[in-house]
Ligand binder design. Sequence first.
Ligand code: GLC
Length: 745
Amino acid sequence: MKKLTPYLLIFLTLFWFGFGSDKPQLTPEELLSARVDSVLSLMSLDEKIGQLNQLSYGIGWGPTVKVSVPNEYKELIKEGKIGSFLNAIGAEFTYELQKIAVNESRLKIPLIFGLDVIHGFKTIFPVPLGEAATWQPEIIEMSAHYQALEAASAGIHWTFSPMVDIARDPRWGRIMEGSGEDPYLGSLMAAARVRGYQENLSNLNIIACAKHYAGYGGAEGGRDYNTVDFSERTFRDVYLPPFKAAVDAGAHTIMASFNEIGGIPSSGSKRLLTDILRDEWGFKGFVVSDWNSIGELINHGFASDLKHAGQISLNAGLDMDMESRSYITHLKELEDEGKVDEDLIDESVKRILRVKFMLGLFDDPYRYCQKEREQKNIMTDEVRIAALEVAKRSMVLLKNEKNILPLKKTYKRIGVIGPLANSKTHPLGGWSAMGDSVDVTTVLEGLKNYVDKKIDIAYAEGCKIDDNSTAGFKNAVNIAKKSDVVVLCLGESRDMSGEACSRSSLDLPGVQEALAKELKKTGKPIVVVLMNGRPLSIPWLNDNANAILEAWFSGVTAGEAIAKVLFGDYNPGGKLPVTFPRTVGQVPIYYNHKNTGRSGDLKNHYTSKYLDLPLTPLYPFGYGLSYTTFSLNDFNLSSGNLTEEDSIIVSVKVKNTGNYDGEEVVQLYIQDLVGSVTRPVKELKGFKKVMLKRGEEKSVQFTIHEKDLRFTTADMKFKSEPGKFKAFVGANSADALEKEFELVE
Ligand code: GLC
């Protein structure tokens, strides 16, 4: 008898389960499971293993790209030996690949296409660290929504984003891809991105993938891929929460990380991939490895060969193998040898089929391959306007001496100087998918467009980002001497952060600081615009520049956004999602540190400090200025006692005491004064970004519940402990008003 095609069998399954009859209806989940099971029941072991195999095959993207599929891949698809491609892009190219799967393979199971869309597909938004500086999850959700719109219109079903790794070491290049050092802020950002990508899973949404599970940002020395070894408590209370938040927000996939934790590589860890992720958290999606992270179990000395690596990873709960080819090569043999159960393979296959059903690919395998949508939805004004909004809000004002900013419209000449002043590529940042430098507005272009010839804009590169030539200094100094003010654009190249881009120094590369010193000698006011993918140690700039604007790599609209902020069309309201050290010697330095037995005190010799540095960072977590000023008053707690049943209302009045309308992020921190284990001196537990007109005052309220005080206690339980606490409210993590309260039994 001709094999039942999945579609026929799915229909029969639905009929059997009484679909459309007066029998009790299946719940959506039951229906989904029935459909998945019906397809699984048709599959051979080879075909099941094929679903667990993901390979990378991309030919670029755009109307000029010639679409062709090499025979190797055609055969793999026809034989059902591949379930997913990454880096296959474009409505037409993905259509060609999907057509082979749907027309020429035995079971016609559709492929799923993944791509790293982490801050834009074609319209590039600020890098995620910059997006986190908005402290506006709703803005991040909007950003993810538009990223998904463009990616889905180009045939992409699945993004390997959000990257939710907590990073406390700015030497680590991938700090750029995440939301900084704090688990509370990072969790909100993770959930917002998952919502924005997945939303209602229409055919203009894409599947999210929280990565890199887990602990990847804890790499020793800030060196990418390096050993991670921290306590279970730190793991659970600092590094895991954003992953839990992503799972709770409904992320359908998780990516296992390269690193080990305390001797066990994440990609081979049953504790991580099954015990925590599935048994504790109830995660129903599937886990994809990172690129060859299964194969790298051999390098870790955790597997003897690729076959052994596949056995470990599948038994640990890793469902899809990105690019190691261990599963497609060895799983059948491992199953024959009884080293891997077919039931376990079935579980992985079902998780993957479930996502393909949710994407609607069994109903219409080509629903993401619509060329007219690809032409209509990508790089539109609407998306660009969204990117501009996010870029403006991502910027953090670090210094503004004597209110040199906003720039005056009465200036005769502005000198725009620096290696990042007219760069078309670096504002894209790392992991910029199909972003094209041709679409980037540089700072020079943005300022010229803004002043519209009413102010003379003079430009000099001054120096390169990262070489030692000072040949350009003279011209830059000459331009500065003839200018009323200098906008000096400094920072890193886009390739100095991101994967495998750790730096041993946090200084400005090359001779950029030397250029700044030469320009300082002219006596002209200097406004520094920073473009960087990590915190930089800029103590000299902090002491000598008149103003400093942290602009990160803010994407295609960088120049427009920076011009609008510098001229005050938008009053910057961003806050740092990560601590800026004075020098790399302070690392690791983060706000939610422990008090130790000898907390730092420069007056007392025998305390935890450096002989040659102040105790404090250059800029603390949560820091950011405005063109206006704010005051916080009337800080009150509704009660001094908190019980499990009730809550405490924290209220504070914030007033705009300056001359511009502006936004302030009022932050709530809590300290547990005594615990069964030592507790951080502060932990962010809430924040509210409020817009205040000049002179306006608003009351901001937070609610503290007992659950907000929970942590991993000495007996490894996640619970609160009665005792005294402090509540802090402030505009950053360092300067805050405080009041005590007590959690009572
Ligand atoms: C890389 C990265 C990961 C990315 C994957 C696919 O090695 O670690 O973040 O999603 O490969 O490009």
